[in-house]
Design a protein around this ligand. Structure first.
Ligand SMILES: C[S@@+](CC[C@H](N)C(=O)[O-])C[C@H]1O[C@@H](n2cnc3c(N)ncnc32)[C@H](O)[C@@H]1O
Length: 436
């Protein structure tokens, strides 16, 4: 049985590798290589076919499960706990702009030069870059000479994923360090108040209070949201919902829209639509710069309007047809989320629609709709770990959570909405509601 288990895992890996090769071959594309700095043809989630996605998921899940099954347990656990160095090293690399310094230098750059150009101690830098290269971020081409590879290209300062790395390895990770203390605390551990969260303990304020005061971190967070969207399928937003079928002039209100990158993609694909982005005044000021760079015409023509709102205290603008909330509800406890949704409900007419775009995690025990082949964990285990860590991120920031479909349906019902449909978008889905 034990032998069957590990050989089955290895078979799953080799079958899935064949499937990957086949997808590339059929598309006439070269197979990916780790040291390449070129963007691969299927690197973006929206460019990855379902067959390729399943094969990659299976490889990730089976490799992790095989290692966990056969390696020394103490070794595996020690490696897991040492993982906290990886984000710290990634932040050193992004803040020192190492990937920018290595751009177009396939022969690599000596750490002495990297240290001089980034004002970092070369010895510390070399050890940090070596730790990253050992984990496949950067290549050490010869002793102390480092070059970019397919992963380190995501750390370029022009790539919004680098903002995500900094946001997560700075203010987020500092709160992760005290998460266990908060969970064990007899008072804070059972609270749902934001003042009792790990984030509040670490920083003495909530995350949105931080961003109201700290402009650099606030701008970085907005960039992080674009990076997050890119990784989880920015290009998916126009594909998940039948935006094309909406009548000309339909107005989509992006409530808590950040800089409005999601609706920017929507009007790019569906120019017959109009959008209004609403967020806090500081974020809207940042959003204006973003649109002036990305699509200034939409602002001049009035196709895109940017407006401040405080959705905790007032309804969003009332002249929308579709109210779209992307990764907003997950920031709030049940009661606070009901307050926001009730405010949205107050802005809406009977024929308007509410779209809540969020992760919808599947229970691990029956695997929900994911249906991984045995002996993989039913939810594809390590391949989907981001989803479960993201839920903990919501715990440490807000004492909120990533919710199941049932939880969203209950929430919608409480706030005065009738559930219509889940538009499946893979990792995240759009839940459509109408006013009751
Ligand atoms: C997790 S971000 C999601 C941003 C965007 N929808 C996206 O998917 O990238 C949550 C957003 O809610 C906004 N927000 C928080 N409190 C708010 C409030 N009281 N009124 C309006 N927006 C708020 C934040 O500024 C932030 O842009």
């Amino acid at each position: 049985m034990a032998l069957l288990h590990i050989t089955r895992l290895s078979e799953l890996i080799s079958q899935s590798v064949s499937a990957v090769c086949n997808e590339y071959r059929t598309a006439g594309q070269d197979l990916p290589v780790l040291h390449s700095t070129n963007v691969g043809p299927f690197d973006a989630p929206e460019k990855t076919s379902e067959t390729l996605q399943t094969a990659i998921k299976t490889i990730e899940a089976a490799c992790a499960q095989l290692c966990a099954t056969i390696a020394n347990p103490g070794h595996v656990i020690t490696n897991k706990v040492y993982n906290y160095f990886e984000p710290a090293c990634l932040r050193v690399a992004t803040e020192a702009k190492i990937s920018d310094l290595l751009l177009d230098k396939p022969e690599g750059v000596h750490v002495g030069e990297l240290g001089a150009k980034s004002n970092r101690d070369p010895d510390k830098l070399s050890r940090i870059l070596r730790a990253l290269a050992t984990n496949h971020v950067y290549t050490e081409v010869s002793p102390n000479v480092f070059a970019n590879n397919r992963l380190s290209m995501k750390l370029l300062s022009s790539d919004p994923v680098s903002g995500l790395v900094e946001h997560m390895s700075d203010e987020a990770m500092k709160s992760t360090a005290v998460l266990a203390d908060q969970v064990a605390d007899p008072k804070a551990g059972f609270s749902v108040q934001v003042e009792d969260t790990a984030f509040y303990k670490a920083h003495g304020m909530s995350v949105f209070e931080m961003y109201a005061k700290d402009k650099l971190r606030a701008e970085r967070f907005n960039q992080a949201m674009v990076g997050w969207a890119q990784v989880t399928g920015r290009g998916m937003v126009p594909k998940i919902y039948p935006w094309a079928d909406l009548p000309k002039g339909t107005t989509v209100v992006d409530v808590g829209g950040g800089n409005g990158h999601a609706v920017l993609d929507i009007i790019k694909a569906f120019p017959h639509l109009k959008v209004i982005v609403q967020d806090t005044p500081a974020v809207i000021a940042d959003a204006l710069k973003f649109w002036q760079k990305e699509n200034p015409d939409a602002i001049t023509k009035g196709q895109a309007i940017l407006q401040p709102v405080n959705f905790l205290e007032e309804p969003p603008v009332s002249d929308g047809d579709i109210y779209y909330l992307r990764h907003v509800v997950h920031d709030w406890s049940f009661d606070m989320a009901i307050n926001i949704l009730s405010n949205v409900r107050r802005a809406m007419q009977p024929n308007d629609r509410l779209l809540i775009h969020e992760f919808v995690p599947q229970p691990i025990v029956d695997g929900g709709t994911a249906k991984a082949p045995e002996p993989l964990l039913p939810n594809y285990g390590a391949a989907l770990k981001r989803l479960y860590f993201q839920d903990l991120n919501m715990m440490q920031f807000f004492y909120s959570k990533e919710r199941t479909l049932d939880e969203f349906m209950n929430m919608g019902d409480t706030a005065g909405f009738e559930f219509v449909k889940l538009w499946d978008g893979g990792e995240a889905g759009i839940m459509e509601f109408i006013p009751k």
